[in-house]
Design a protein around this ligand. Structure first.
Ligand code: SAM
Length: 234
């Protein structure tokens, strides 16, 4: 079942800020994401140093993992708390700059400039800031975006993809009668509806997630899996 329109909560800046302040951040992984590690060789095995974009990045350890693989990492996060804490927890020295582009925002950069996090609303980010990307890793971006905003979200993602880009997406599949989101239920049919016109869609993997989902966001679920897609422009 897809999410029932109008039945989901407002997940605005204040909502996320509250969750960070009150440490209700059950989505956080302590180690690099299962799908990235499992498919590393196939996806990134050629050793080329490229640029990856991580929308809704939080303080994900995946950013450090990508940087250690040689990627230039660009994240966008609306709350400043996780950004500072990402650099401090990982003992990465960083600078803080005011930027007029996109809009007025603060940019946190590792001293070696391998990791750069824009503290702004994703919807204000534009390709003029950092150009287009070879990879986009979307874990908790689209799946945390209210269904009514999905088209707007994807329109922006498409502008950030170069012709050879690969957009790697994690989704959740569960019966949304039990939980309104976030994370929002995003079944395979919806992925095809949202991207099918512009993109080739490859569903690469899936993983049982019921136990984690019951602890993390809804005890009542009877099934839940996470799915991994590789999406490329047609
Ligand atoms: C579910 S968490 C995922 C975090 C991270 N990707 C991870 O894997 O740990 C969603 C994150 O997106 C941030 N966020 C929510 N709305 C945003 C927006 N409009 N622009 C930028 N960041 C946003 C939240 O503060 C939160 O850190």
């Amino acid at each position: 079942m897809e999410n029932d329109k109008n039945s989901y909560p407002v997940t605005d800046h204040a909502y996320w800020s509250r969750r960070w302040q009150s440490k209700e951040t059950q989505w956080q992984n302590k180690t690099v994401h299962y799908f990235l590690e499992k498919h590393q060789q196939e996806l990134f095995g050629d050793g080329k140093h490229r640029k990856v974009f991580i929308p809704f990045c939080g303080k994900s350890v995946d950013m450090k993992w990508f940087a250690e693989l040689g990627f230039k990492v660009v994240g966008v996060e609306v709350c400043d708390l996780p950004i500072k804490s990402f650099f401090e927890d990982n003992s990465i020295a960083y600078t803080v700059e005011k930027n007029d582009f996109p809009s007025t925002c603060t940019v946190y950069k590792s001293i070696d400039e391998s990791i750069c996090i824009y503290n702004c609303d994703f919807f204000d980010f534009t390709p003029e800031a950092e150009g287009q990307f070879d990879f986009i890793w979307d874990r908790g971006g689209l799946s945390a975006t209210e269904p009514d905003n999905r088209t707007k979200y994807i329109d922006l993602i498409l502008t950030l993809m170069s012709p050879d880009s690969m957009y790697l997406l994690e989704t959740f599949e569960y019966d949304s009668r039990h939980h309104p989101g976030p994370p929002y239920n995003l079944p395979v049919e919806s992925v095809h509806e949202l991207f099918g016109k512009y993109c080739k869609i490859c569903r690469k993997d899936e993983k049982e997630f019921l136990e984690n989902a019951r602890i993390g966001f809804c005890q009542k679920l009877d099934y839940c899996r996470i799915c991994f897609y590789a999406i490329q422009l047609k």
